[in-house]
Write a protein that binds this ligand. Structure first.
Ligand SMILES: Nc1ncnc2c1ncn2[C@@H]1O[C@H](COP(=O)(O)OP(=O)(O)OP(=O)(O)O)[C@@H](O)[C@H]1O
Ligand SMILES: [Mg+2]
Length: 470
């Protein structure tokens, strides 16, 4: 047999979204395609409606002819084969009818997001289409993902807490779907957003911390698209829902603060973070080489040594920040380290970066150098925004919690200058060496800048009358 005749080459999973277009790019087809791309499945589309919408309103809806909706599903299915699908905004009874027909013919696993109302309050399903959704589509669903209001509409009762959500999920399951997830985004729980899955007679509860809801446009779409993507990749329902929950939590946490209303979720956040690991390590390693080969950098080294760090985009913890294990220690005029950059190697610089990135996500690199008035003056000449915090002013309740001083200090420094500083220093405290932290966007460029600073500093020292080389 020729190699070209082998038919069993594994193909990329194909997923289809049958939904509306959101011109604002935050929900609908646009959110679904981003989610599919982020999760490594090939995304295809059957567009049902075109909406004119932004982060706070839907101003116009134009439906696609039902036969064109049907044709889109048919063409994708006959050519590529569909491993899973999801439905979003279906809007009319006619569209629901043709979609149901096509799906029962094709038989792929289907996630139904029973979209009824947009976040902005606009109707996304005509009232007379509700019965078609219930009678035609629900029995074909592998998973249905109603939010609080949609679940209430389906069962005709109010849902107040997790116990109500559990009972609702059970009841909706009797309408035909294999599994039900009642989503908790709108449940009144200030601490957590809790989703309840009912599948094969069992409830599973998925919890996540409740996040700032300024960036939740598209949560429902992206969540159901993620379930469909994990199913296409071969996962069973409970595992697909669990992974989709983790995925949506990140997408909300790192949502995009754009528009005047509710900003879009960011389904690509996790992917960008993962994809940046190599370039971040490479940048810190190059920074290390630049610092080690500079002839005067020792003059800037504090007693504890220099470290240089760079965070991944969307960093959440010390593990997402790369630095040099054991720091670069002074050896005469130079600095040296026998280690290579690793993630999690500097909790000290990581704490600065994690805090400052909350205000300016582009400031992903930091270096610590020795404190001196002369060095500070030279930094001042570079047109940098400089601020400081005073460890003596640290409140008792902050002191008591391990690891809180730096985040507190960064907040103080920001408040002091009313903006995001490029340099933050402190003058030390009992047992704490004073220190200057310089921030930048990239570790390599920051190292180059600090080498330039060391040259200026050494020239300044040499110009002093009693200069002697130590
Ligand atoms: N503020 C929040 N913090 C954390 N998770 C949230 C938050 N809001 C929603 N979620 C999660 O996002 C997912 C979508 O839930 P939600 O109830 O918001 O759906 P929805 O109302 O259909 O969304 P949409 O309005 O985008 O259609 C669920 O997993 C839910 O728990
Ligand atoms: Mg929704």
């Amino acid at each position: 047999m020729m190699l070209k005749d082998i038919k069993s080459v594994k193909k990329v999973p194909v997923t289809i979204t049958i939904a509306g277009s959101d011109s604002g790019g935050g929900a609908g087809i646009q959110a679904d395609l981003k989610t599919f791309a982020a999760l490594g499945v090939h995304g295809t589309t059957a567009i049902t409606c075109i909406t004119a919408q932004n982060t706070y309103s839907v101003t116009a809806v134009e439906c696609v002819k039902p036969e064109i909706v049907k044709e889109q599903i048919k063409q994708v299915s006959e050519d590529m084969g569909i491993d899973s699908g999801k439905t979003g905004m279906l809007y009319t009874e006619e569209i629901i009818k043709v979609v149901s027909e096509e799906i029962s013919k094709r038989g792929f696993p289907l996630v139904v997001d029973p979209v009824m109302v947009a976040k902005s309050g606009a109707p996304l399903l005509k009232p007379e289409a509700e019965n078609a959704l219930k009678n035609l589509l629900l029995p074909l669903a592998t998973v249905i993902t109603p939010n609080k209001f949609e679940a209430e509409r389906l069962i005709g009762r109010e849902i107040k807490d997790i116990e109500d959500a559990k009972r609702a999920a059970e009841e909706i399951c009797t309408m035909g779907p294999k599994a039900v997830v009642v989503k908790g985004g709108h449940l009144n729980n200030p601490k957590e957003s809790v989703d309840v899955l009912y599948y094969k007679g069992e409830h599973t509860v998925f919890r996540a911390p409740r996040l700032d809801s300024k960036t939740t446009h598209g949560t429902g779409c992206s969540f159901s698209a993620a379930i469909a993507a994990f199913i296409a990749r071969g996962e069973d329902i409970p595992s697909a829902v669990k992974h989709a929950k983790d995925f949506i939590t990140h997408a909300i946490k790192f949502g995009l603060r754009i528009g005047k209303g509710v900003g879009p979720v960011n389904p690509l956040a996790t992917l960008y973070r993962e994809a940046s690991k190599y370039s971040v390590l490479k940048s810190v390693n190059e920074a290390k080489r630049i610092l080690e080969s500079s002839p005067h950098i020792g003059s800037l080294a504090p007693e504890v040594g220099i470290n240089i760090a760079m965070a991944l985009p969307y960093a959440e913890s010390v593990k997402d920040v790369a630095a040099i294990p054991g720091r670069l220690m002074r050896v005469f005029d130079n600095v040296r380290s026998s280690s290579y950059p690793e993630f999690g190697a500097s909790s000290h610089l990581a704490r600065y970066l994690l805090e400052i990135m909350k205000y300016d996500p582009s400031k992903r690199a930091a270096i610590n150098i020795r404190f001196s008035e002369d060095i500070l003056a030279l930094l001042g000449e570079e047109n940098l925004r400089i601020s400081y915090y005073d460890r003596g002013e640290e409140p008792e309740e902050v002191k008591r919690i391990e690891g809180m001083t730096i985040p507190w200090g960064v907040k103080q420094a920001i408040a002091r200058v009313g903006g995001i500083p490029d340099v933050i220093y402190h003058r030390g405290d009992v047992g704490k060496e004073p220190m200057i932290i310089v921030f930048g966007e990239d570790a390599t460029k920051l190292a180059e800048k600090i080498v330039g600073l060391s040259l200026k500093f050494i020239n300044k020292l040499r110009a002093e009358p009693n200069y002697s080389k130590t």
